[in-house]
Design a protein around this ligand. Structure first.
Ligand code: DMJ
Length: 620
């Protein structure tokens, strides 16, 4: 059990006066003072008196008004409604928000809707990604249809995720976005014919993996196939949206047992689908990232089904984590469903920690990111955590000074480890998104929407994206290892470079033998995609293309599919015989979007769940 950590700093104070928000109370009192001072110099005319009355009236209205929709979770997890004066809220600096545009999602596939012409070079590259997706799918459908994953070398399927045909559901919305109607039909009809039965018969599944891949895939398919009337329809083939919705509800009803069986708001990590029961992991604890990365999906399901129970259960987790002690906003990677407390002191943004931070900002964005929203606490937690990252986890390598995010395996009092999982490469994209809220950097700057924290986070995003790309560039295959270490003044190891001697970072990045595999992961291309959309810097597209070419060269399996690798530092690399579902769900989707038009799944109207399934942002 973890020993208590110091309580986190709860209030965020921007250091830069330019971004300091003035509360209505302060505006009013300052106005009174100003008027009072002026009175010394001029007699009080009737006009001035009327202005004073008007000001006073408006201020009173602001202080007394209540919002009928304001609700909070009490300690027992029940939703209660609150109204009246929320002084704390009035005094807190609200995040700066972009103006909400009216939804205009009519023509979101293929051609440009923003007047820009599509560069033929990038159109051709986008087409290559589409062909790669088709090749990946063809291997899967030939040898593994209905299994969770393809083993492309042995040409068979394997159920590594509980047997719900995870690749089918993970790939479905990518096929919709790419306009691959034949794949949408095949995958859609498999879902319609088999998935409900599978869900009712299968045994143990992991709450998080099933939520992000299967539930998330179904929900995106629902939306992209026109589920919410009048918003969007990317496909005219495959099942009707209501089919996806009904299966999603059935699955989520069973997954809910992870929450209802737990004695605390922290869910158990495993669910027995056919029994609708749940139990903790063998060691007892759940991963922090896992319990805090199901909210986008459950919230959206509540919104479209009209049943609040999904959202209510999932949001209890974040409301609960808000109350726990943290280290400058950073949290240990394990949490106990039995006690509700964090377990151990291991802090990292790689495995088991990553998407906790991602969902803080994305859930806030999903809920409309409104001023005075009940979810502002998520933005506060996110800003505090990113400050903590910059303070405690970010270092520079030597000799060439790559910026990286390390780990604190024994908490902030213990030794710093210069280890960075490839998984951490989600962070540049999340930081950039959190800074501009999906707008371009240019627009956000022009409209003066970036706070000091946003600018710091954006800078870090760009630095880290470079490091993530160099993790590919430094190896003999041009593909990143699962884990890299960074050479610092306190840490070095000889003879463990990536095999590309011409990389200027060959001495900065250390790759240990056990960490040299590549699982076709998406995080770096995800960040390149988000950073390209936000900065419009074409270097991100060039880097994405370079990575795609390396995947083509070393992971493509002739008979169909793509495979993981055992060692990215040797050529030719030894292959690992597994095509992970996220290669179709995420990696190829992000590459396709990176080379395409910005109006397809715009970042200020959608959030991608942590498995790259886009869900619409609430616009009320
Ligand atoms: C995906 O399942 C998700 O992106 C998750 O958040 C982390 N790991 C994989 C991809 O690497």
């Amino acid at each position: 059990m973890s020993k208590s950590l110091p309580y986190s700093v709860k209030d965020i104070h921007y250091d830069n006066a330019k971004f300091r928000h003035r509360s209505p109370l302060k505006v009013f009192s300052q106005s009174l003072l100003t008027l009072g001072t002026k009175r010394k110099y001029a007699s009080c005319s009737t006009g001035k008196f009327l202005i004073l009355i008007l000001f006073f009236g408006v201020a009173c209205l602001m202080l007394m008004s209540k919002s009928p929709n304001e609700s909070v979770l009490n300690e027992k997890g029940k939703v209660t409604f609150v109204g009246g004066l929320r002084l704390g809220r009035l005094l807190r600096k609200p995040p700066r928000l972009p103006p909400r545009l009216s939804p205009d999602e009519g023509q979101l596939r293929g051609s440009s809707t923003n007047g820009s012409t599509i560069d033929p070079k990038w159109a051709a590259r986008q087409q290559s990604v589409k062909e790669a997706f088709d090749h990946a799918w063809s291997g899967y459908r030939k040898y593994a249809m209905g299994y969770d994953e393809l083993m492309p070398i042995s040409q068979k399927g394997v159920d590594g995720l509980g047997g719900l045909g995870a690749t089918v559901v993970d790939a479905l919305d990518t096929a919709m976005i790419m306009g691959l109607d034949n794949i949408v039909s095949e995958a859609g009809s498999w879902v319609e014919t088999h998935l409900l039965e599978r869900i009712s018969q299968k045994g143990q599944v992991n709450l998080f993996e099933t939520t992000i891949r299967v539930l998330g895939g179904l929900l995106s398919a629902y939306h992209l196939s026109g589920g919410e009337q009048g918003t969007m329809n990317m496909t005219h083939v495959g099942p009707k949206p209501v089919i996806y919705l009904n299966i999603a509800k059935d699955l989520a009803d069973r997954l809910l047992s992870a929450f209802t069986f737990s004695p605390t708001p922290v869910p158990f990590c495993d669910v027995i689908l056919h029994e609708s029961t749940a139990h903790p992991a063998p060691g007892g604890a759940s991963s922090t990232a896992e319990v805090a990365s199901v909210q986008l999906e459950f919230n959206y399901l509540s919104a479209i089904s009209g049943d609040p129970k999904y959202s209510t259960e999932a949001m209890k987790v974040l409301a609960h984590i808000k109350t726990l002690p943290k280290t400058e906003g950073l949290v240990p990677i394990y949490i106990s469903p039995q006690t509700g407390d964090f377990v151990g002191e291991n802090i990292r943004l790689g495995s088991r920690g990553d998407s906790y931070y991602e969902y803080l900002i994305k859930v806030w964005l999903q809920q409309g990111a409104k001023l005075n929203s009940n979810f502002t606490y998520l933005h506060d937690m996110y800003i505090e955590a990113m400050k903590g990252v910059r303070h405690l986890l970010v270092r520079n390598s030597i000799p060439k000074g790559l910026v990286f995010v390390g780990e604190l395996p024994y908490g902030s009092k213990g030794e710093f480890s210069p280890k960075m999982d490839h998984l951490v490469c989600f962070l540049p994209g999340t930081l950039a998104l959190g800074a501009t809220k999906g707008l371009t950097k240019e627009q956000a700057l022009k409209e003066n929407l970036l706070s000091f924290e946003d600018l710091e986070n954006l800078k870090l995003a760009e630095d880290l994206a470079k490091t993530c790309f160099e993790m590919y560039e430094v190896t003999a295959t041009g593909l990143a290892p699962e884990i890299a270490y960074f050479h610092t003044k306190d840490y070095s190891e000889d003879g463990l470079d990536g095999g590309n001697k011409s990389s200027m970072y060959a001495n900065d990045i250390i790759i240990k033998p056990a960490d040299r595999h590549n699982l076709l992961r998406p995080e770096t291309v995800e960040s390149l995609f988000v950073l390209y959309r936000i900065t419009k810097d074409t270097k991100y597209r060039d880097q994405g293309w370079q990575i795609f070419e390396a995947f083509e060269k070393y992971t493509k399996v002739k008979s169909g599919g793509y495979t993981s690798l055992d060692d990215v530092t040797e050529v030719p690399p030894h292959r690992r015989d597994k095509m992970e579902t996220f290669f179709l769900g995420e990696t190829l989707k992000y590459l396709y979007l990176l080379f395409g038009d910005d109006s397809v799944i715009p970042l200020d109207k959608f959030v991608f769940n942590t498995e790259a399934h886009p869900l619409p942002i609430r616009n009320t």
